[in-house]
Design a protein around this ligand. Sequence first.
Ligand SMILES: C[S@@+](CC[C@H](N)C(=O)[O-])C[C@H]1O[C@@H](n2cnc3c(N)ncnc32)[C@H](O)[C@@H]1O
Length: 460
Amino acid sequence: LNLDSPDPRVRREAEILVRQQVQWASHIGTSAILFDVPATGPIVNTARVVNSALGMMTYANAWVRIRLAPAPGSDEDPWARWNTIRTLCSHNPKLSAVLDISGDIPASPLLRRWFAEPVKVLAIHADAFLENAKGFPVLGKKIQAFIREFSQFGVQFIVTSPAEVQHSAGGLAGYQQYLRHLYRSRPELDVVDRFASGYHDYLQSPLQPLMDNLESATYEVFEKDPIKYREYERAVYHALMDRVPADSDIVTVIMVVGAGRGPLVERSLKAAEAAGRKVRVYAVEKNPNAIVTLKNRKEDEWGDRVTVVHCDMRYWEAPEKTDILVSELLGSFGDNELSPECLDGAQRFLKADGISIPSSYTAYVTPVSSTKLHNEVMSYDDLEHVETPYVVKFRAVHELAEPVAVWRFDHPDLGFQAPPGTSTFNAHNTRYACASFVIEQDATLHGIAGYFESTLYKDI
Ligand SMILES: C[S@@+](CC[C@H](N)C(=O)[O-])C[C@H]1O[C@@H](n2cnc3c(N)ncnc32)[C@H](O)[C@@H]1O
């Protein structure tokens, strides 16, 4: 079928045939209809026909078969062809790609673009397989790596094999066994991915812990973080070791501001024990519900070593100044949960030579492509959701360039003088940045990703 034939009669007949087949597929209730896309030449009418088929299909999805590598002798980028089709189909969420893998595959930076696309199937031709010493089909290293990475997205596999290119051993089952082996031998999830499992590529509304009172279940999720609390404990430990000589009777004051249900209080006490330093800890929290847990923990676990204070840190009249101010109000972008504003208030009760943990945080941005996230945001059909800085644990996302640092906050902020209530009170926390990126390949930019890096204490 040549839907883009220059001959109007051929084109028209192809369209009629596709229309009949789509109607039949809808009638019998198939879950997907596969459209073959020519590897070269015009495809605009093909895209138009796919788009109109999408409008005719109530339950079925449209799968578009695209070559992974350019056709022999052609330099047309297959991803660009897919991009034309999905753009002309307005990023329809029922449109997915089937990647045809045959022979050699392109260089890795070009392949990575597909990780951000809705690829449902990897269709591997038998001629893409090599033969091992025993004659069984195996894949080359580059294809193996590509397939392993894709298997985390739950793709299906199709092996196409005309009788004459089958390998000497294993028969058709040999391909299936090999792919199953590849799937099973994929690398274990690392500790961060295990923690984030179930949250990948979902738009989570950003928390507003200053304005809202977080729920216990939300604290429970934070508290499973496998890295953060360990690093805070290390930071407090080293701060205590640096600040107080061994065998000293000095009692170091630690204030945990925004203590939540108390994990950083617990870690500060542990750090003090490990360092062999005496401490007096204040747990300051404005959420009245979290205060209940803090008070219970004081009674059951911490005793006199900890004073629980129910107060907004910005307005607290502390009974003494602190040596170490511990907080974690960093959100996902360093400043989006108002850490700078809250710590401006809290630094009133930090000693002149006191230590803030964290001591600084830097925000980074990078352009990204992600069809899934784009479709989810667009499904709201309004501007508000497009402009919301969502929290997302990325998986099916392609970062188009190296992240660029845009701004940084340091604590304590020694230059901060403006008295509360004046119009310029918060001016020192305003940031503006203009960033440039070099994107090496054609790509669709769906949004900007933001990250932060924080220095808790010295090199931690
Ligand atoms: C991101 S949570 C961190 C909780 C806990 N420290 C942890 O690491 O699991 C931030 C906490 O700070 C509290 N908080 C935010 N702004 C505050 C303020 N101005 N004064 C006191 N507590 C505040 C919130 O209620 C919340 O419990």
